[in-house]
Design a protein around this ligand. Structure first.
Ligand SMILES: Nc1ncnc2c1ncn2[C@@H]1O[C@H](COP(=O)(O)OP(=O)(O)OP(=O)(O)O)[C@@H](O)[C@H]1O
Ligand SMILES: [Mg+2]
Length: 256
């Protein structure tokens, strides 16, 4: 079997000042294989976003290790940081917070291309338009500011920006939770299409089991900082083994 793309090994993390209470992430081991989507579910506050930040190197684990394509995400130094950014990017719940409101979309998308020296200046406009095309936006979008776009369009821009460095792995932390249900489906379909087109892997986080069921090949269930169950999506959905997973499923509102 091919080497995992993301390998989280026995990671423990406590926020400063948490004292003797249980750590927020308490001995988590997970892998994401090349080309797959691993969904992470669990109720609010169980540690999903904390784990996501550790997975991309924004937070440092107290114990354990995180490797992307075999390289330690916590490796120090700016060269290692740049190399890490080329492998793994993050998409957040709120594109309002993750996109600089003072920059036009053109500049927001050109920024990572320049930082990583990926495109000669005379090709920049073409590269920006290609990124917009990939996420289903028109070239005219490049002249707009983030606040001139709808929530769904803004999330498409955030995805385009994450894709600019051509990473292999996207860590998506509740990427559709702030959107209307109809727009949620569009963004989930876009992520699926991009996976087909680019061979991407996703570590996809949501408190919504239905969203994860739609997008994920495998599911991991998190409860109070620990992974209590992992399995193929259909298996977990149809025959959850852990009592907490059973409770999560039983508490779903009925299908509309
Ligand atoms: N910067 C921080 N400093 C201290 N404690 C924090 C910090 N961020 C999160 N926490 C705490 O860590 C725990 C886990 O938070 P986290 O954001 O990882 O949960 P989550 O599963 O992503 O929740 P949600 O579904 O609401 O997004 C919570 O108890 C939270 O209050
Ligand atoms: Mg969260």
């Amino acid at each position: 079997m091919r080497e995992p793309l993301l390998q989280i090994d026995n990671v423990r993390f406590a926020y400063a000042g948490q004292g003797a209470t249980k750590p927020t992430v308490d001995g988590v081991t997970l892998i994401v294989r090349p080309g797959e989507t691993l969904g992470l579910v669990g109720e609010s506050g169980c540690g999903k976003s904390t784990l996501a930040r550790i997975a991309v190197g924004l937070l440092r684990a107290d114990q354990g290790s995180v490797r992307v394509s075999g390289a330690d995400v916590a490796a120090p130094g700016s060269a290692a940081r740049l190399a890490r950014a080329r492998r793994v990017q993050m998409v957040f719940q709120d594109p309002h917070g993750s996109l600089n409101p003072r920059l036009r979309i053109r500049s927001l998308l050109a920024e990572p291309l320049r930082l990583h020296k990926l495109t000669p200046p005379d090709r920049e406009q073409t590269a920006v338009e290609e990124l917009l095309r990939q996420v289903g936006l028109s070239p005219a979008t490049s002249e707009k500011f983030p606040h001139e776009l709808s929530g769904g369009q803004r999330q498409r821009v955030a995805i385009a920006r994450a894709l600019a460095v051509r990473p292999q792995l996207l860590v998506c932390d509740e990427p559709v939770s702030a959107l209307d249900v109809s727009i949620q489906a569009q963004i989930l379909n876009l992520l699926r299409d991009l996976q087909q087109e680019l061979g991407l892997s996703y570590f996809f986080i949501s408190h919504d089991l239905r969203v994860v069921r739609y997008i994920a090949d495998r599911i991991a269930v998190m409860h109070q900082g620990r992974i209590v169950e992992t399995g193929e999506t259909d298996a977990v959905w149809q025959a959850p083994e852990h009592p907490y997973t059973q409770k999560l499923l039983a508490s779903l509102p009925p299908e509309l």
